[in-house]
Design a protein around this ligand. Structure first.
Ligand SMILES: NC(=O)c1ccc[n+]([C@@H]2O[C@H](COP(=O)([O-])OP(=O)(O)OC[C@H]3O[C@@H](n4cnc5c(N)ncnc54)[C@H](O)[C@@H]3O)[C@@H](O)[C@H]2O)c1
Length: 277
């Protein structure tokens, strides 16, 4: 495979990407293979994973598919066993797999809560534990959790998802502090609205959403994947314990622009002004 990567030090390194069958995880796996990494692509959705892996293989990439439910401890063990059997080590772990459903608190959703605690918190925790033991014995590595802007600013109808992403941010700092002495860096990426290109989009709705984003566009899987590649590379060798937003500025703003903002006499009125009058 011809490597079109930006970070030559990644060529031949080994990455494990969870939730790699589709969406952001697929984009991350694609970028890392473009950097010349060998990728273990893990997902519970075997049918989608097979399609993805076949397309990557057609491009000549070195990829090991792993089909399994990573909310199950024994499957996490199997993932890292199969990875080391094939590649000996792990240089990068990307904890991307998650259940993204969102509910209101007063809606009955104990099943979603239990599944998200297992998939969005316990699974990346255990994957990190297994990967870190391998990285420690091989001189270090990089762990990247995929969080969300919902960990910092609540989505409407954002439960229990936002809670699980808040735990990811805390996990990032705690693991970075714990693993620093082994040369293992731990960071998180918090994507904002991310266009995955995997389903038809209501263009009118998309325009309204994008007018509220400071950079006036949705993010793409490439935006997130680029940050993963940077965090895997030696260019970020002094960066650990950080949650980096890749969100077009949405968490930086106090009040959104676009049709959500009020106008009076053709002039936009921000909420702070309304409070003052
Ligand atoms: N899409 C967005 O706008 C957005 C925004 C912020 C954060 N994120 C985060 O980015 C990550 C990827 O999101 P996405 O939009 O690509 O989601 P997605 O649903 O398209 O992909 C998630 C993948 O994880 C897999 N998965 C789920 N549970 C699993 C399990 N138990 N074991 C193994 N694999 C499992 C799914 O099969 C799927 O392929 C998630 O962590 C999500 O919270 C997404």
């Amino acid at each position: 495979m011809k490597h079109t990567g930006r970070y030559p030090e990644l060529v031949g390194r080994v990455a494990v990407v969870t939730g790699a069958a589709k969406g952001i995880g697929r984009g991350i796996a694609d970028r890392l293979m473009g950097e010349g990494m060998s990728v273990v692509a893990a997902d519970i959705d075997g049918a989608s994973l097979n399609v993805t892996v076949d397309s990557f293989r057609d491009a000549g990439a070195e990829i090991l598919p792993f089909i399994g439910d990573l909310s199950v401890d024994t499957e996490v063990d199997r993932l890292f066993r199969e990875t080391t059997d094939r590649f000996t080590t792990v240089d990068l772990l990307v904890n991307n797999a998650a259940d993204l459903r969102r509910r209101r608190l007063l809606d009955e959703h104990t099943d979603v809560l239990d599944l998200q605690l297992a998939t969005n918190i316990r699974s990346p925790y255990l994957c990190s534990q297994r990967a870190a033991a391998i990285m420690r014995d091989h001189g270090g590595g990089s762990i990247v959790h995929i969080s969300s802007v919902g960990a910092l600013r609540a989505h409407h109808r954002g439960l229990p998802y936002d809670v699980t992403k808040g735990a990811i941010n805390a996990m990032t700092m705690a693991m970075a502090v714990d693993l620093g002495e082994y040369g293992i860096r731990v960071n998180a990426i918090a994507p904002g609205v991310t266009f995955k290109g995997d389903r038809p989009v209501d263009e009118a709705e998309r325009r309204i959403t994008e007018e509220r984003i400071p950079l006036r566009r949705s993010g793409t899987v490439h935006d997130v994947a680029a940050m993963v590649a940077f965090l895997a590379s030696s260019e970020s060798s002094y960066v650990t314990g950080q949650v980096i937003s890749v969100d077009g500025g949405i968490t930086a703003q106090l009040s959104p622009s676009g049709p959500g903002a009020l106008e009076r006499d053709g002039r936009r009125i921000q909420p702070v002004e309304r409070n003052e009058t």
